[in-house]
Design a protein. Structure first.
Length: 500
């Protein structure tokens, strides 16, 4: 009765959302819309508060369609500030933790025809004096001598600034610990001395779903009536198509007056369904069920639930493979968490990295056995070794140019530690064959779970219709009462099955 009630409730909500509210059963693959969200959090000091945030505007690649400002009692004003747009939130009195949101939907466009030419902007004299001004002039003269036009001059300049061992002039301008932002500012100053107008552009790289996306830099140089963009790392006169310009110039993204402990994060989510957008934008007629759906959450929180909602699916697969098929695994949650980590590392590299960490950790654990340590200190020691192994793999893979090795940090460290500990105990008590069998079983379950939860339709259904997890719960309850033979035991007990 409990299982029937769960299935009935799940299907009732599911069918109501499909036939009455128009929730989509499929998602569009060729999508040209993305949702952007900027979250600003700070502690107000009890007095007036003024928050200024730079926001994106229309470009040749993307149009800003919809904008929403979620401020809770704040006054909101938008205005142009030079080449940028900004929103200003203000309030007379505020105290405690404050959270403000800016949301926008952008659409990719294809601009036909030649770009519109703009008049030459004025070159702003760099604020350099003394040795730095001399170094900038020498560097400008050198890159001019080693180039034929503006494009090659910019490429030569960025090559020198990005060099691991820059020449003395570039090193003086960059300082001891240069970053991308510093390199771009120095490039603008050197080009100004060379008489070439330039500015720093900053933005984000759009994708399917990402939290706290990093702000990227690139260089824009005025050349023959056009602003041309140059990649900050390679110096090539182009940037990827999925770069969205957020703001230009030396201004900072955020400025808060009357607050402290400021935290700003940008999230991006692909807007998958035209039907879903129609459901979410019914205004005053929007049903309560829609208002309290996962789509009403901030994009940053939606990204969390895109992962968490996959855990019950992985758990159901684990129950099927263990209780019905007969796979042997270490623990219950380890294969599920490893499967979630595979989403970032990809399956092949994930298996290689996981096996490497466990193998090295297992060797260290056998060595610690000779020290006769107590349980808790031994686990703490293995955990420290696991962290060091992961760091070493990341460094070595980075030096070798294998970027997949950097994803090893996504594996849950505590689960790896407990896996090594459990594998050691099984090795000593039941032999290496049983330990390897359980290890390979855990890896196989994680791989199968990854293949299932990585299906786009599964992710779509679970997030749009989370009530279907009640069906997963019902299936888990039914499997919990299963006491028959496992598939792997049929061969083991086939002699008994043949007796009358």
């Amino acid at each position: 009765m409990l299982v029937a009630a769960l299935v009935f409730l799940a299907l009732a909500v599911f069918l109501y959302k499909v036939f009455m509210l128009g929730f989509p059963l499929q998602f569009e693959r060729n999508v040209e819309l993305w949702d952007l969200e900027a979250r600003v959090a700070f502690n107000a000091s009890g007095g007036p508060v003024r928050v200024r945030l730079l926001i994106p505007q229309d470009t040749r690649r993307y149009l800003v369609l919809d904008e929403n400002f979620i401020s809770g009692g704040y006054g909101v004003n938008t205005a142009d500030e030079g080449p940028n747009r900004q929103v200003t939130w203000s309030i007379r009195k505020a105290s405690g933790r404050q959270v403000l949101y800016y949301r926008a939907t952008v659409r990719r466009i294809v601009t036909r025809g030649a770009p519109r030419r703009v008049p030459a902007p004025g070159v702003v004299a760099p604020d350099l004096t003394g040795p730095e001004l001399v170094a900038a002039r020498l560097l400008a003269a050198e890159i001019r001598a080693h180039s034929a036009d503006t494009e090659t001059m910019v490429a030569e300049l960025l090559k020198r600034l990005n060099s691991p061992s820059p020449d003395p002039n570039a090193q003086l301008l960059l300082g001891k610990q240069p970053n991308t932002g510093k390199r771009m500012r120095v490039a603008v100053q050197v080009l100004a001395i060379a008489g070439v107008p330039a500015r720093v552009a900053r933005g984000i790289q759009i994708g399917e779903l990402a939290r706290n996306v990093p702000v990227l830099f690139w260089l824009q140089v005025w050349d023959k009536g056009l602003w041309r963009s140059f990649d900050a790392a390679s110096g090539q006169p182009r940037i990827p198509e999925d770069y969205v310009t957020w703001w230009r110039g030396a201004s900072s993204l955020l400025k808060v007056t009357g607050g402290r402990n400021v935290d700003a994060r940008i999230s991006v989510s692909i807007n998958k369904d035209a039907a879903m957008r129609g459901v979410m934008r019914r205004g005053a007629n929007k049903p309560r069920l829609v208002e309290y759906s996962l789509f009403s959450l901030p994009i940053e929180t939606q990204a969390v639930y895109h992962v968490l909602l996959m855990v019950p699916i992985g758990a159901l697969i684990l129950v099927l493979l263990r209780n019905v098929v007969g796979f042997k695994t270490f623990g219950t949650f380890m294969p599920i968490l490893i499967a979630l980590a595979f989403r970032e590392t990809q399956l092949v590299w994930g298996v290689i990295l996981f096996s490497t960490v466990v193998a090295i950790g297992l060797a260290v654990r056998f060595y610690l056995e000779h020290l006769k340590l107590l349980l808790v200190p031994r686990l703490a020691s293995v955990l420290s070794v696991v962290v060091l192994i992961m760091a070493a793999i990341s460094v070595i893979s980075h030096k070798l140019g294998i970027h997949e090795g950097l994803s090893v940090a996504l594996f849950p460290m505590v689960i790896l530690t407990m896996t090594i500990e459990r594998m050691t105990v099984v090795w000593e008590e039941r032999g290496p064959a049983e330990a390897l069998q359980q290890g390979l079983g855990s890896m196989a379950v994680a791989a199968i779970a990854y293949l299932v939860i990585n299906v786009s339709y599964v992710q779509h259904f679970v997030f749009v219709y989370p009530e279907l997890l009640l069906v997963v719960l019902a299936g888990t309850l039914l499997l919990g009462r299963y006491s028959g033979y496992r598939l792997t035991e049929l061969r083991r007990f086939r002699a008994l099955a043949g007796k009358p």
